[in-house]
Design a protein around this ligand. Structure first.
Ligand SMILES: Cc1cc2nc3c(=O)[nH]c(=O)nc-3n(C[C@H](O)[C@H](O)[C@H](O)COP(=O)(O)OP(=O)(O)OC[C@H]3O[C@@H](n4cnc5c(N)ncnc54)[C@H](O)[C@@H]3O)c2cc1C
Length: 523
């Protein structure tokens, strides 16, 4: 009887989200034999394009591309592998029931509303960019260890301190003053125009579990600016064919470098031999062996389900159990029979990013009900109409509306089965107030609550970042002490997804840093 040798690789990557693919491409280019195992039918994780109604396609979770460093796009030759842009420099337009739409950065329009704001905006923007650049240095490197004796960790800490010092005394003091503040207080101090502050506030909290009055929301605002600095983009980009084109290009880059990718290959367990990761067991019963296993899956699932608590000490299990990962962001997709008309929005703005967050108070009010497992009548929205730039996503003359819906809790009183349809109607009615006639043009609608995102993308809590980005789950302690620097308590097992530093967003940095960490440990 002949026995079949199990499949094997130097490195197995569990999950073909964009971070898993970046990690795979980086390791394969360095000569390692890499196998990516993706549970779904296709790679991409929360950055895919898929059909949501007959003839209509949409970027199903992430819909704007603004955070991946240009250097990564170039290094992996993504343009050669099919990445192309339908539109770049998408403007951000603030919508409000009480004010005319405001194009962010349009100082003439701002001057009409408040001369003081028009004077303050450019210096504010420059300062935030300066701080964003400093924070970018944090994103762009593996976090150093605390209490370390290793020279590379000490050097990383020293470099950070030096960069802070180089800001100059005045700017350094200002950064230290604001970094722990809440976005509400900062933007209230700086500006008067409600919709301007509303949009700035939205950028501080999108994808998170905080209202704009929560401490640490200036940090999350600067974090987003930092990612945009590295993407060399203070505005937004729409790839042709949606975000799926980005991850398809990443998959091609990984395969061109020699990585193998298997889809419909859900991993059931991480295997352990002699206290070292030794491979995986697929749900199909197949075993695959490897010296190194890297998980793109969120930290909770990786440790509690795939590895199993029997391989971890109780203190670590408790920390992972407490890693906050309930999502607060939903996604609405509408198939529209005709182009919507948003009141006051110029035709050249319609293909931009429309943010409905009329003021900081409205934003805080939208957050409040989520504490009691319910949704505000007016959640904040980030709306795009991708078909304005890319007609391949819908039948001729018809359109797709894709909206991030901020402040939709993971759990709702009565369950989502009872509330999903009502919230969908409520959101369409809200949009119709700003785009009269939109309601009657809706051909099909899909609302993905955090619970739906969890199921579709296999992410605990359906969380944008796989887990809150907050001071206690940030940088040197992300996701939790004991699993920082992409390493885990189990030798041979690493993390490479959004649960790790620097968190979520289609940035690819967690994947790249994890690959470098693995290479630095390879003999
Ligand atoms: C509603 C919403 C809107 C967003 N909008 C934007 C946006 O506009 N721009 C932006 O930059 N970011 C956006 N984000 C954030 C962004 O989508 C994510 O942070 C990012 O995609 C995470 O990438 P990742 O590779 O770390 O993980 P994921 O994309 O979650 O990939 C993990 C992969 O692991 C696979 N997997 C899980 N379990 C197993 C298993 N047992 N075996 C094998 N495979 C498994 C999953 O199927 C998945 O493919 C948004 C997020 C949400 C929820």
């Amino acid at each position: 009887m002949s026995s079949v040798r199990p499949d094997s690789a130097d490195v197995i990557i569990i999950g073909g989200g964009h971070n898993g693919l970046v990690c795979a491409a980086t390791l394969a280019r360095a000569g390692q034999s890499v196998l990516v195992l993706e549970a779904a039918e296709h790679v991409g994780g929360m950055a895919i394009t898929r059909r949501f109604a007959e003839g209509f396609k949409v970027s199903a979770a992430a819909h704007l591309f603004n955070q991946m460093p240009l250097s990564l796009v170039r290094d992996l030759n993504l343009k050669h592998h099919g990445l192309a842009f339908a539109a770049t420099d998408l403007p951000t337009i603030g919508l409000s029931p009480d004010e005319a739409p405001l194009r962010m950065g349009d100082l003439d329009a701002l001057n009409v509303r408040s001369e003081a704001d028009a004077r303050a905006y450019a210096p504010f923007d420059r300062r935030m960019n300066r701080f964003g650049k400093l924070i970018h240095a944090i994103l762009a490197s593996t976090p150093p260890r605390l209490g370390t004796t290793l020279w590379e960790d000490k050097w990383a800490l020293a470099k950070m301190a030096l960069k802070l010092r180089l800001l100059g005394r005045k700017e350094m003091r200002e950064l230290l003053r604001i970094i722990g503040m809440n976005a509400y207080d900062l933007f209230e101090d700086e500006f008067q125009t409600p919709v301007l502050k509303g949009v700035l506030g939205f950028d501080a909290i999108v994808g998170s579990n905080f209202g704009p009055r929560a401490p640490g929301t200036v940090l999350t605002y600067l974090y987003r600016r930092a990612a945009e600095v590295s993407a060399d983009s203070s505005t937004f980009v729409q790839p042709i064919g949606g975000l799926g084109t980005v991850t398809q290009a990443l998959a091609r880059a990984a395969e061109a470098a020699g990585a193998r990718i298997r889809t419909q290959a859900p991993v059931a367990r991480i295997l352990v031999e002699n206290d070292h990761a030794s491979g995986v067991l697929l749900e199909s019963g197949e075993t695959i062996v490897a010296n190194t296993v890297i998980s793109n899956v969120d930290a909770k699932t990786t440790f509690l389900n795939l590895l199993g608590t029997e391989h971890l000490d109780t203190g670590f299990v408790r920390r992972i159990d407490h890693f906050r990962s309930a999502g607060m962001t939903a996604k609405l997709h509408l198939a529209l029979a005709k182009r919507p008309n948003f009141t006051g929005v110029k035709p050249e703005w319609l293909g931009g990013r429309l943010v409905l967050s009329p003021s900081l108070n409205e934003l805080e009010r939208a957050f409040n009900p989520t504490k009691y497992q319910s949704v505000s009548a007016t959640p904040a929205l980030e709306i795009t109409i991708p078909t304005i730039h890319d007609s391949s996503l819908a039948p001729t003359g018809q359109h797709v509306l894709s909206s991030v819906v901020q402040y939709v809790p993971y759990s709702i009183k009565g369950g989502w089965q009872t509330h999903r349809a009502a919230l969908t109607t409520q959101l369409i009615d809200l949009l119709d107030q700003h785009a009269p006639g939109l309601r009657d043009s809706v051909v099909a609608a899909e609302l993905l609550t955090p619970e739906d995102l969890e199921k579709e993308f296999r992410v605990t809590g359906g969380h944008w970042h796989h887990g809150d980005l907050a001071f206690d789950q940030f940088y040197m302690v992300r996701p939790v002490p004991g699993a920082t620097q992409y390493q885990t308590p189990l030798p041979g097992l690493y993390l490479c997804g959004a649960s790790s530093h620097p968190g979520g967003g289609v940035m690819g940095l967690a994947g790249r840093h994890a690959a470098h960490r693995v290479m630095s440990k390879s003999p």
